[in-house]
Design a protein. Structure first.
Lengths: 217, 245
């Protein structure tokens, strides 16, 4: 299991194609060869939405869904079942009932150190992983977003990131051909009417398999 | 907020197909909601009502984003921008960890003067050393249980050193080596008594609330999607599926 874990460690670079877009993954289910499972972002959005919805309906304050840093530490600790989630739930319930005095038995450097550790992972993933693939302006974008988050917070970083994403998107797509011919294929149709037309005008009809830009598929 | 996290955890346990997800109140959204509530509302009941309703509507919007397949817009996030967010998450966690370890606020100049104090410096150094050691153990350990054992071992070692040096918990709390004991004495269910619609000042909601809510609803699903993408990078056992159906 450990071998599989190490060999299948994700790289952000692996998630994108040569155009910088997220790759399509063919299988939406478990992959027994790599012991990995694919999950739908939409499903996770629905779960996160329901979690926040029910939390608020029951009188809870704030927006609650998946928390990144404890989840990462749970994943890094080898969590493959819901044991970590159940443990977290039990500790939270005990803290709620007994009181937050439980926290006073923890050293701040210890909790801070775990946060520091999770942060280093993301920082290295962000600025070092795949550094050879970037142009200088692209690498500058990474640092602009990171520095914005330090001084102006996450919301500002997301905002400036969306603006930069738009600019990079325009720049990248303006350099790619509008229509790319992949291959010419033979006319084919299951419709009898269309088949008749194809048969009559075979010389005049050209059918091509092309790749082109399309928004909001 | 703890209650909110508990309910969210139950929902994740019941519904999420990815094991090991831990929930909590969003550190991105909550300060924003709280500051907006403080500006827009006048009574405590109004603040509670505002936070409750924004949570409710944020949840609804995030859920609808999933239903209507809006995560496909993630396609238009270029790789450097996504990586920039990862770096931003990392930087905020590192600064947050350092701040927590020695009661600092490193983004202000005044906090840097506190580093001249030896105890503060030692606490900060312990945090950084522990964080780096965790990274080293995680990358070098051949066994899955190596990292959690190391994390627990350090906690045990801390208390062993504390008691071996004739120290007691109270003096450790006073010097900042343990979190201070909270002084609040209210019961955990007391916040439900604050939810009184009659005492809510609804008039202030019509002026500034729409802008705050639109901003929030726009950013929250993006925040969740980016968090999932960030988790995927660190995970060895799951991959996000193609968002475009």
């Amino acid at each position: 299991v450990n071998h599989v874990r190490n060999s299948s460690r994700n790289s952000v670079q692996d998630l994108y194609d040569e155009f910088g877009n997220l790759k399509s993954t063919a299988t939406p289910t478990s992959d027994p060869t790599t012991n990995t499972t694919k999950w739908s972002i939409n499903d996770e959005l629905k779960t996160g939405g329901l979690a926040a919805l029910f939390a608020s309906l029951s009188g809870g304050l704030g927006v609650s869904y998946m928390a990144l840093s404890p989840s990462r530490i749970a994943f890094d600790s080898g969590a493959t079942s819901n044991l970590a989630s159940v443990t977290s739930l039990i500790i939270s319930v005990v803290t709620l009932v007994v009181g937050s005095s439980m926290v006073s038995f923890l050293p701040p450097f210890y909790v801070g150190g775990l946060l520091f550790y999770a942060g280093i992972g993301y920082l290295l993933d962000g600025v070092l992983d795949g550094i050879q693939f970037y142009t200088k302006p692209e690498y500058l974008v990474i640092w602009i977003i990171a520095i914005t988050s330090i001084f102006f917070g996450s919301f500002a970083a997301i905002g400036i990131g969306i603006v930069l994403a738009s600019l990079l998107f325009i720049a990248r797509y303006s350099h790619s051909p509008f229509v790319r011919l992949i291959k010419q294929i033979k006319p084919n149709s299951d419709s009898p009417m269309a088949a008749k037309v194809v048969h009559q005008h075979n010389e005049d009809i050209g059918t091509y398999n092309c790749q082109f830009k399309h928004f909001f598929c | 907020m703890l209650w909110s996290g508990i309910v969210a955890q139950v929902v994740y346990l019941a519904r999420a197909r990815l094991p090991g997800m831990i929930t909590g109140t969003s550190s991105t959204a909550t300060p924003f909601i709280a500051s907006a509530a403080a500006v827009m509302t006048t009574t405590t009941e109004s603040v509670f009502a505002f936070m409750l309703l924004t949570g409710l509507m944020s949840g609804l919007v995030t859920y609808l984003c999933g239903v209507f397949n809006l995560s496909r817009f993630l396609h238009f996030f270029p790789l450097p921008v996504t990586k920039g967010f990862f770096a931003a998450i990392g930087v905020s966690m590192i600064i947050g960890g350092c701040n927590m370890s020695a009661s600092l606020k490193l983004t202000t100049l005044a906090s840097w003067y506190k580093l001249t104090d030896m105890t503060t410096l030692l606490q900060l150094a312990s945090c950084i050393a522990f964080g780096l050691a965790c990274k080293l153990v995680k990358s070098k350990s051949k066994y899955v249980w190596g990292f959690p054992v190391f994390v627990l071992l350090v906690l045990g070692l801390f208390f062993a050193i504390l008691f071996a040096s004739q120290g007691d918990l109270d003096s450790a709390r006073q010097s900042g080596w343990l979190f201070a004991t909270p002084t609040e004495s209210t019961s955990f269910y007391s916040f439900w008594t604050m939810l009184n619609p009659v005492k809510v000042d609804w008039s202030t909601w019509t002026t500034a609330a729409p802008i705050a809510l639109i901003t929030l609803f726009f950013f929250l699903p993006i925040d969740l999607i980016l968090s999932l993408a960030a988790l995927e990078v660190s995970s060895t056992s799951f991959h996000l599926r193609e968002p475009c159906s």
